[in-house]
Design a protein. Sequence first.
Length: 86
Amino acid sequence: MWGGPDHDKNNLIHLCSSPIAGIGAFAKQDLSRHATIGEYTGERILSRDDLYIRRAEYDRGRIGNYVFELEEDLVWLDATFSRCAV
């Protein structure tokens, strides 16, 4: 079950339902600005057009969409087929 004590990383984060997208990682305490709690790995998507094409392909194939978006920096990482874990 997500969100239980067995899924906490060093007791810093709690995994539970997110109002944004499925499961989210939430800090259990204040963290320093440069604290590392996990690494999201995947293929970098280089354009918004490629992002839209991938999402449409995943929707057609009923494949989960695991694209991390950092919109203000125009950075997208697609972890759909990688072994990404927090």
